[in-house]
Design a binder for this molecule. Structure first.
Ligand code: HEC
Length: 383
């Protein structure tokens, strides 16, 4: 598995977190994933010091396994993280799919050369996590298990490549048109763009340099976002039909983001575990492309890892005033306007680049207007 990259993306091997423009400081770490002899996914080493990128972090999937997890919308499965009992189940399902031949063209004719047990379908249709005594309930021979694991990772890489492709990343926003010289910002949008790059410091993390900026540098921060107590997850502490408790901590649960991933057994690199505390509460800087895109104008979106904010105005107001307005209890009448509740995770909150930006209300609005230019599908009005 020395050359897994297949030229998906020459700069970064098609893997998350390796954007060539992802440089916030001169010390930004780059994970070198395509070195000969190293599996691309789980044996990566970082080469420089400083802010590190953990393969796309908790939010965006730190491994192909996480990609498959998201692609299949799964929540519970522990071995595969994809809601299926066993990673081999995902491989078996792809082997029955119409795109199997295409997959074999890319990854080789042996991708699905696996002898499946007769009861594979029956096992894979069961829900819940596998029992601890039988973590891989699809019983395969040693070589078949090895093949299934490899193919599983390749499925993840294929999904990752798709997610990086023009089909998903259209780059057809007004912002792109302005860069190409075929559209012009309104005065308000232009003002927002200037603030985004200057006084408001947004592009220090949501980077807008390079050929087709992604508005993220792929590093992680704790912004001090308050807890969103409306999340149903807090109430999911009772065992389901299979005896599985989704959230044993119930209302006491705190999402530690990258820190939780680094502290967990799914962390692929033992050396990273020592960094867990310094990443507690940190999440990957989101791309801001399409951040304002919605199916219809009154559709309410939810922002940040826990969906605490319901509008871009709230988000920008938070960056601007988090450390200026008074602290209040959740559901205070002034919440989100004249006061802010405590951070969900108080450790590692970034207080240097945000929290007291000194923006006026009109400047906040200008930034919101600028964010609206990042939605794909812009068609310049006919002259
Ligand atoms: C210190 C780095 C940093 C700076 C500076 C920063 N951001 Fe962020 N931004 C982040 C991180 C990290 C997240 C994800 C946090 C989370 O999910 O808890 C994020 C998330 C967002 C989101 C939510 C996206 C989504 O899909 O949920 C928006 C909108 C946003 N930022 C806009 C801005 C704007 C506008 C500015 C400037 C006023 C700004 N950011 C400055 C790091 C930063």
């Amino acid at each position: 598995m020395d050359r897994p990259c297949l030229g998906f993306e020459p700069h970064n091997c098609g893997l998350p977190g390796i954007n060539p423009y992802a440089v916030r400081t001169t010390k930004t770490a780059k994970l070198q994933l395509c070195q000969p002899g190293a599996g691309p996914l789980f044996r990566s080493e970082q080469t420089r010091l400083g802010r590190r990128q953990f393969l796309g972090h908790a939010r965006h999937g730190y491994s192909p396994r996480q990609s498959i997890f998201r692609a299949s919308g799964g929540t519970t499965g522990q071995s595969g993280g994809d809601g299926l009992l066993d990673p081999a189940c995902a491989v078996e399902r792809v082997s029955l799919s119409p795109y199997r031949p295409l997959f074999e063209t890319i990854w080789g004719a042996h991708a699905f050369d696996i002898r499946w047990p007769a009861d594979v379908e029956q096992i894979c249709s069961r829900g819940g996590p596998p029992s601890p005594g039988d973590p891989f309930p699809v019983h395969l021979s040693g070589p078949d298990r090895e093949r299934a694991t490899l193919t599983y990772d390749q499925i993840g890489l294929a999904i990752r490549a798709f997610e990086s492709s023009p089909e998903v990343n259209a780059f057809t926003s007004k912002y792109d048109a302005v860069r190409a010289g075929t559209a012009k910002f309104t005065a308000l949008e232009r003002r927002g763009n200037v603030l985004f790059r200057g006084k408001a410091r947004c592009n220090e993390c949501h980077r807008d340099s390079g050929e087709s900026p992604l508005f993220t540098d792929f590093t992680a921060d704790n912004l001090g976002v308050p807890r969103n107590s409306a999340q149903p997850f807090y109430a999911e502490d009772q065992p389901d039909a299979a005896g599985y408790r989704v959230n044993p901590r119930g209302a006491r649960y705190v999402d530690d983001g990258v820190g939780a991933f680094l502290a967990s057994p799914t962390n692929p690199n033992g050396k990273w575990a020592t960094l867990a505390d310094s990443y507690r509460g940190k999440f990957q800087a989101s791309s801001l492309r399409n951040v304002d895109k919605r199916p219809h104008p009154d559709f309410v979106k939810a922002y940040m890892h826990n969906g605490y904010f319901k509008s871009l105005k709230e988000v920008v107001h938070f960056y601007n005033t988090r450390d200026v307005l008074r602290r209040c209890a959740p559901n205070d009448p002034g919440e989100k306007v004249t006061c802010w509740p405590a951070p969900e995770q108080p450790a590692n909150v970034n207080t240097t680049q945000m929290g007291h930006l000194g923006l006026t209300n009109a400047e906040e609005d200008a930034i919101v207007a600028f964010l609206g230019t990042l939605s794909d599908g812009y068609e310049a009005a006919a002259p």
